[in-house]
Design a protein around this ligand. Sequence first.
Ligand code: PLP
Length: 406
Amino acid sequence: MTEQHPDRALYEQVMVPSYAPAQMIPVRGLGSRLWDQHGREYIDLAGGIAVNALGHCHPELVSAIKAQAEKLWHLSNGFTNEPALRLAERLCDVTFADRVFFGNSGAEANEAALKLARRHAWQKAGEAKHEIVSATGSFHGRTLFTVAVGGQDKYLDGFRPAPGGIKHVPYNDIAALEAVVNKNTCAVMLEPLQGEGGIRPADKAYLEAARALCDKYGALLIFDEVQTGVGRSGQLYSYMSYGVTPDVLTTAKALGCGFPIGAMLTTADIASCLGVGTHGSTFGGNPLACAVALKALDIINTPEVLEGVRSRHDYLRSHLEAINSRHAIFSEIRGQGLLMGAELVDEWKGKAKDFVTATLDEGTMILVAGPDVLRMAPSLIIPESDIDAAMQALDRAIVTLTANRG
Ligand code: PLP
């Protein structure tokens, strides 16, 4: 019997209209390839927005989830579980951290980090020390606290009043940071590379200055590595390549390679401020999620995979540069590892979504990072031949768009 596929028109009839998904509906994936409901094949350079770090249906992840699905799915927080303990132990082994809190998403990991920072300051210095400093252009999630800390006003429109005590400063601007961080600051929250804000890497000196200011004023330095983490940058976490260690790190997206999980990592001393009953999550530390994440982490955190990310970065970059030498369409190509951005030249500013649509028509998925930047976040183990084919599709899309413009 052939499978009945729901029609895309159903979306508008049954879903809250907060997204505008493509007309095609992917129904199956394998590695860096996806197929839609009509059997058309696509190359995936979007990776579920930097989530599918090992592509689709990686056999070892499929085995890990199947094995756990036959053992234990869920417990309340009245019990711990073996996959959660193993994953937390591994995360502590491979990072600066010695305590982990699990949630289900990047926003939840950040919410936990921000609440921890407030609680830590409250306990050590009292309520006046509550200010959070973050950067304009940053993105930290969609809960009210995380959109308020995120530096993109549009996400707060219509949702005010927002939580208070939050200050925004321009990214990569040391003087601006120095001007606002003081004894009342409880945390500075930064992405080592702004993802949604346009694939903008931090300068090393900027992160060093943030570290020094936090040390001077007893504030926590929080790195949001939800997008850059778990190998995406070419190191396990991006902070490792900068040599600047945060007090709190948040990770999600690629941690579960598509199974929802988020985690907040910190030190034992700081973690002690979240005593019993202060914070929680019904599903956080779920055995299914943790079993998949442990397998994913062990596959990704190997020299072969991480070196592979760095060499694929060079490979993808040289393709993008070749495209640019033919079409002069990008003003800058930037990024870390397999999180790449190509900023459009002035005459194409605001049109990044058109490139995504035209490239999809050519059988390849890419992303935007804001209105002016094309973003690519493929599987960390994507074959070079898929990068070749995807770049040919992007080239054809550019030819079509420029021809249509006349
Ligand atoms: N932080 C960063 C840096 C992100 O890129 C994202 C999502 O794009 C988030 C937080 C929010 O993660 P989630 O959508 O899993 O809540």
